[in-house]
Design a protein around this ligand. Structure first.
Ligand SMILES: O=c1ccn([C@@H]2O[C@H](COP(=O)(O)O)[C@@H](O)[C@H]2O)c(=O)[nH]1
Length: 303
């Protein structure tokens, strides 16, 4: 049956891109034309600057990315104003034809997970197309996301092997039978993916695998042929384009590669005067960085 993975794959074929830009707005790195006084500005002023920043990025990357990935923490920190900026960003990205991955990493007891799932995959103004989900409360924590995604034609990414340096502390713990914890979660995911495959043979239930762990990714890719990988950690965290091949299937599908700071703050690179960057300069530099990243990734995919 047709599912959200079909939409994702068809859009990435049409745009010739599996690249995703993360929207992690930190006003400490905003040029002065967006905000000058970061200490005393009201939350409303900050939220307006965040939306303006995001609009510039979305305009610059829209031709080169299949989705944007707002990181919820950067909006929640400004309370209701921040959430308003997020809602405006989601609506703006949609108007440019982009898919939206809310990087929220939610997961709770079943009843609360259901509420989270409705917030991020239902009819709420916060709702995107996909959401990241923390599986560490067990299946009653993530199954509500699966149900709501299925009923609304959307998708989710369950954390498996995250990109951060200490991810091994918990995710690589050895279980009694010698299996690693993250791999046990992969076994559950595989079962779910078999019964939720779409026309392109991928489930709408994907998984997060960091670009910083290509060895693990190779094994996970073989074991989970029906799950799309969301791959953060490319760029700023050290994930390299040349290591990305193992994240894809033989057709160059099956993974979305995401970068946040490496793209959205590229105007700071080697520029001691970055605070004076103009909107036009920001647009040009970010567009160039997104195009370059897309092409590097496509080269590895053989596209
Ligand atoms: O394993 C994970 C899961 C999520 N993230 C998030 O992705 C971005 C990465 O930002 P960069 O600037 O490209 O390093 C950030 O929002 C993380 O919270 C991750 O890094 N790793």
């Amino acid at each position: 049956m047709r599912n959200f993975a079909d939409i994702l794959i068809e859009q990435s074929i049409q745009k010739k891109s599996v690249f995703v830009v993360g929207l992690d707005p930190d006003i400490a790195f905003f040029p002065h034309f967006l905000i000058k006084d970061t200490q005393d500005a009201s939350q409303e002023v900050i939220a307006n600057a965040i939306f303006q920043f995001n609009q510039i990025i979305i305009d610059a990357v829209a031709d080169h990315v299949v989705a944007i990935k707002p990181q919820l923490a950067y909006y929640e920190v400004y309370g209701s104003h921040g959430i308003r900026a997020l809602e405006e960003t989601i609506a703006y990205a949609r108007s440019k034809g982009l898919l939206i991955i809310n990087d929220a990493k939610r997961g709770d007891i079943g009843s609360t997970s259901l509420a989270y799932a409705k917030a991020f995959l239902g009819q709420s103004p916060l709702s995107g197309d996909m959401v990241t989900v923390n599986p560490f409360l067990g299946s009653d924590g993530y199954l509500p996301f699966v149900d709501v995604a299925k009923n609304n034609g959307k998708g989710l990414f369950i954390l498996l092997k995250t990109s951060n340096p200490s991810s091994h502390e918990i995710q690589n713990l050895s279980l009694e039978d010698g299996e690693l914890l993250y791999f046990r979660i992969a076994e559950n995911l595989h079962k779910l993916s078999l019964s939720t495959k779409g026309e392109h043979d991928y489930s709408f239930i994907g998984t997060v695998v960091g670009a910083t762990y290509p060895l693990e990714a190779e094994r996970i890719r073989q074991f989970l042929p029906h799950c799309i990988f969301l791959v953060p950690g490319f760029g700023m965290q050290g994930g390299k384009a040349e290591d990305l091949k193992v994240f894809f299937d033989a057709k160059g599908h099956g993974a979305l590669i995401s970068s946040s700071r490496g793209i959205i703050y590229c105007y700071m690179d080697n520029n001691p005067y970055w605070e004076a960057t103009t909107a036009e300069e920001m647009h040009t530099l970010i567009q160039k960085a997104a195009l370059q990243a897309k092409e590097q990734i496509n080269a590895v995919r053989g596209i």
